[in-house]
Design a protein around this ligand. Structure first.
Ligand code: NAI
Length: 340
């Protein structure tokens, strides 16, 4: 990997090209998701700098640890500057996000058994609001990828915060729903006795019944009604399997880090000029819900097109109708919080 990287860099310098370096900031980088996500970014051929930011005192150690991996990406570590308030005075956050192309935010608390994602709202809404204020001030052009739950509400919070700062660009704000797509691909492949492939489109939101996998659209797959029902339920509530199995130790971290990395790579490839299609929770007018996870075409400007998700089966339409009021209420909750 290293050899390839230096070969392409030296070829570029021989022909006099200047490659723009790509910076990713991870906010919440000491956490269960943040650490492996930062590691995967450190290994990426497409990323030149990974800035790690967290309020936990272990952060400089995490950054030092990552920096010993012999790959090309530079690692920097940042704690908040002491006594920095409001967040727009935080020199640590400023250093982490300034110049970033993509800012991934997995900061916040995870679920414990019996909790819904909405139960995290009281803690995580404030964390996301604070961090996004800093992003809007110090990195208004970056693509923001929000992982912190409840995503259905934290993305609307981010949008309202950025709007107030006068820097909201709906093409550069995404909720990360890639883990739902990963689970859909994995569970469907297991059901079919096949190797997982990237084939399932998952729309809606990122919580329980707002997650809607479009299994009817998977080419070459016919499911019995019982399998379809069981798979849909497992994809919607797959996160609960992990929360339960971790028995109080948190929620999905490793699969989420993988999914967050896949999403970040897709965004970066788009920024570099490739056309990449992947699902994300973004603002669109496709449905009555202001934010809706849909397949999106990513390019140099972030989300370049939100693609229509095609015809739903009667079964999927049933879930779609059930989901919309719930999703709209969760969006409103986020908007109201940001505007109170
Ligand atoms: P964790 O508790 O292991 O890590 C969270 C990190 O955020 C900690 O290191 C903490 O110090 C840091 N943090 C807290 N406040 C901060 C602030 N103001 N600024 C910077 N850092 C701050 O939690 P984990 O497991 O990494 O989960 C993080 C979030 O991701 C949770 O809200 C969880 O629900 C969500 N999640 C989202 C998924 C998705 O598909 N979008 C899937 C799985 C989890």
């Amino acid at each position: 990997m290293l050899a390839l990287r230096s070969a392409s860099r030296s070829t570029a310098s021989r022909v006099g090209l200047r490659l723009k370096s790509t910076k990713v900031a991870v906010l919440g980088a000491s956490g269960g998701i943040g650490q492996p996500l930062a590691l995967l970014c450190k290994l990426s051929e497409n990323i030149d700098e990974v800035a790690c930011y967290d309020v936990a005192p272990v952060l400089p150690g995490v950054a030092a640890d990552l920096s010993h991996c012999p790959t090309g990406a530079k690692i920097t570590g940042h704690l908040p500057s002491s006594g920095a308030w409001p967040p727009t005075h935080d020199k640590g956050l400023e250093a982490a996000v300034s110049g970033a192309d993509v800012i991934v935010i997995p900061a916040g608390v995870p679920r414990k058994p019996g909790m819904t994602r909405d139960d995290l709202f009281n803690t995580n809404a404030g964390i996301v609001k604070t961090l996004v204020e800093g992003c809007g001030k110090f990195a208004p052009d970056a693509v923001l990828a929000i992982i912190s739950n409840p995503v259905n509400s934290t993305v609307p919070i981010a949008a309202e915060v950025l709007k107030k700062l006068g820097v909201y660009n709906k093409n550069k704000l995404c909720g990360v729903t890639t883990l739902d797509v990963c689970r859909a691909n994995t569970f469907l492949a297991a059901n079919q006795g096949k190797h997982p492939k990237e084939i399932v489109t998952v729309i809606g939101g990122h919580a329980g019944i707002t997650i809607l996998p479009l299994l009817s659209q998977v080419p070459g797959t016919t499911l019995s009604a019982a399998d379809r029902d069981a798979l849909t339920h497992r994809i919607q509530f797959g996160g609960d399997e992990v929360v339960k199995a971790k028995a109080g130790g948190g929620s999905a971290t490793l699969s989420m880090a993988y999914a967050g990395y896949l999403f970040t790579e897709g965004v970066i490839k788009g920024l570099k000029g490739e056309s990449v299609t992947q699902c994300a929770y973004v603002e669109s007018s496709l449905t009555e819900a202001r934010f809706f996870a849909s397949p999106c075409k990513f390019g140099k400007g972030g989300v370049e097109e939100v693609l229509p998700f095609g015809e739903l089966s009667a079964y999927e339409k049933g879930w779609f109708d059930k989901m919309l009021p719930e999703l709209k209420a969760q969006i409103k909750k986020g908007e109201d919080f940001a505007n109170q």
